[in-house]
Write a protein that binds this ligand. Structure first.
Ligand code: ATP
Ligand code: MG
Length: 551
């Protein structure tokens, strides 16, 4: 893998301090997704941060499924998450499931009850909310708050045994109903959910809440630095309370950083699932999705994502990153890797009237002018070719250097041609051009007789392979689309499908092969729609962007 990031950040500084002071001999981080959807580029930020931090200090990183919510989770998501983490280039040290700790978590809850630090409460969810109070109004104590320990133990056991219905009872921590921090006003630790779990099946009908489960998961695994996003900052006192009152052997610390937000997309599994369920997109791996699977299918490389995550860095303040910055890293990576080739997205036929009818010649072209090692290829040329519809104008404005009647242009890797005649259909649409070529001007022969200003790409009509091209625009029109109304902001033109042609030698192209199409940008062979006789390309990015790093 590439060289390690050297830039410093506040989390790294904490780690350095903890190692220098001897607080920890080795650091352990974790990436803890809930398997309730596919990973997105925001998760990539967390993955890169956790894995590279541990790596830099010779520590460990575990992949842990935070699967404490049976109704939303699924093994499909577990599998996709594993695949995505690997594809991003990371190897976890251990693979854990929070649901494997349900028994230990239960025992700790019993421990809390015995200490008088937890109680079974019969208030409904709505009543609990009412009793909690607000930032300006203190909470009210539950009438069940002072239940005797024995009764709590018995009721909690009954909850586990399935004697009560969903919502009838909860287990709550007994902390402080007057705390200025709402999270500390007797938070719920366990709820009753009669539902099958993807891992534990029907073994349990009580499930721990995130705020209770997460610190214990970290403690069980010996995690030293539990890195999470800023929304959990106000939950940290509860995290510390759980660790302290459960008297766990290891004492993990929670550290928060700002989550990644990108322009013109949504970044939450819940919202992304809505886009999938409502068929706004073509599945979790739709190339317009900010999911890792979508970015992969579109043609983005793991190197580009890693470099992007390093560049955006780690901070404590909220910001929205311009999606063009990710594109910058994709271009940078593919510029070095993707062979150049020609594709015609909107074909216009050109007949070269002075080229012999049955002649076919092979022209040599380099695959990457910046990198000789990428070799050359042979492109066939004959009497009929396709050029791009937009490369011809019958009545051009000044400074138009492409093809128009009477003008001469260069065909990339081939000859100069001059347009002599425009053929139209009954509706006055241009359907064909008649041109002549000059054999003297063959590319690579050192012809210097005269210069032309325009260079067009083309494909040989006889041998070109038909292909479909899928061009993408941002899915969401609103730049900062973290609101709830994202479904009203869907861009109706986020996908454009074109039918054209690619060079004959592309018949060997396989799904996930990436190319730079002259003037059109970088394209990836689609994994889903490419068939034996049907090549489908996704545009990854166009060639140019106005975006500059450090702008
Ligand atoms: P979502 O709302 O998309 O489901 P989440 O935070 O609930 O996000 P988890 O599966 O719980 O998703 O997240 C796993 C890890 O990824 C957590 O540590 C979380 O902090 C981190 N993470 C999630 N979204 C982002 C983001 N946009 N930027 C950085 N880290 C993120
Ligand atoms: Mg979540």
């Amino acid at each position: 893998m590439e060289t390690k990031p050297s830039s410093s950040n506040f989390i790294k500084n904490i780690v350095i301090q903890d190692l220098e002071s001897g607080k920890h001999k080795e650091i352990i981080t974790r990436f803890p997704p809930e398997p309730n959807g596919y990973l997105h580029i925001g998760h990539a930020k967390s993955i890169v941060l956790n894995f590279e931090l541990a790596d830099e200090f010779k520590g460990k990183t575990n992949l842990r499924f935070d699967d404490t919510n049976p109704t939303k989770e699924d093994t499909e998501y577990v599998e996709s998450i594993k695949e995505d983490v690997k594809w991003l280039g990371f190897d976890w040290d251990e693979l854990y499931f929070a649901s494997d700790y349900f028994e230990e978590m239960y025992n700790w809850a019993v421990h809390l009850i015995k200490k008088g630090k937890a109680y079974v409460c019969d208030l409904s969810a709505e009543e609990i909310r009412e009793y909690r109070g607000t930032l300006t109004r203190p909470g009210k104590e539950s009438p069940y708050r002072n239940r005797p320990v024995e009764e709590n133990l018995q009721l909690f056991e009954e909850m586990r045994a399935g004697k009560h219905k969903d919502g009838e009872k909860v287990l709550r921590a007994k902390i402080d109903m007057a705390s200025p921090n709402l999270n500390m006003r007797d938070p719920v630790l366990y709820r009753i959910v009669h539902a099958s779990h993807h891992n534990t099946g029907d073994k349990w009908c009580i499930y721990p809440m995130y705020d209770y489960a997460h610190p214990l998961e970290d403690a069980i695994e010996g995690v030293t630095h539990s890195i999470c996003t800023l929304e959990f900052e106000d939950h940290r006192p509860l995290y510390d309370w759980i660790i302290q009152e459960c008297e766990t052997e290891s004492q993990p610390k929670q550290i928060e950083f700002a989550r990644l937000n990108l322009t013109n997309t949504v970044m939450s599994k819940r919202k992304l699932k809505q886009l999938v369920d409502e068929n706004v997109v073509d599945g979790w791996d739709d190339p317009r999705m900010p999911t890792i699977a979508g970015l992969r299918r579109k043609g983005c490389t793991p190197e580009a994502i890693r470099n992007f995550c390093r560049e955006i860095g780690v901070a404590k303040s909220y910001s929205v990153v311009d999606a063009q910055m990710l594109e910058h890293f994709i271009r940078e990576d593919l510029n070095a890797k993707a062979p150049r080739t020609m594709a015609i997205l909107k074909p216009l036929k050109v007949v070269i009237t002075n080229y012999p009818e049955d002649q076919l010649e092979m022209l040599e072209a380099e695959n990457n002018p910046d990198d000789e090692a990428m070799g050359t290829r042979q492109i066939s040329f004959s009497r009929e070719i396709y050029i791009e519809e937009e490369d011809f104008m019958e009545n051009p404005p000044k400074k138009y250097f492409r093809l128009f009647p009477g003008n001469e242009v260069r065909l990339k890797h081939a000859y100069f041609i001059t347009c002599n005649e425009v053929i139209k259909d009954e509706n006055d649409n241009v359907v064909e051009l008649h041109c002549t070529y000059d054999p003297e001007t063959k590319s690579g022969t050192g012809f210097t007789g005269r210069k032309v200003k325009g260079t067009l790409h083309w494909v040989d009509a006889k041998n070109a392979i038909p292909a479909e091209f899928r061009l993408y625009e941002p899915l969401i029109l609103d730049e900062d689309s973290e609101g709830e109304h994202f479904l009203e902001q869907i861009n109706p033109n986020s996908l454009e499908v074109l039918k054209g042609y690619v060079e004959p030698n592309m018949k060997e192209a396989k799904p996930q092969d990436k190319f730079q199409f002259f003037r059109h940008g970088y394209f990836n062979v689609d994994t889903k729609y490419t068939m034996k006789d049907q090549l489908v390309f996704n545009r990854i990015v166009s060639l140019k962007s106005s975006f500059k790093i450090g702008k």
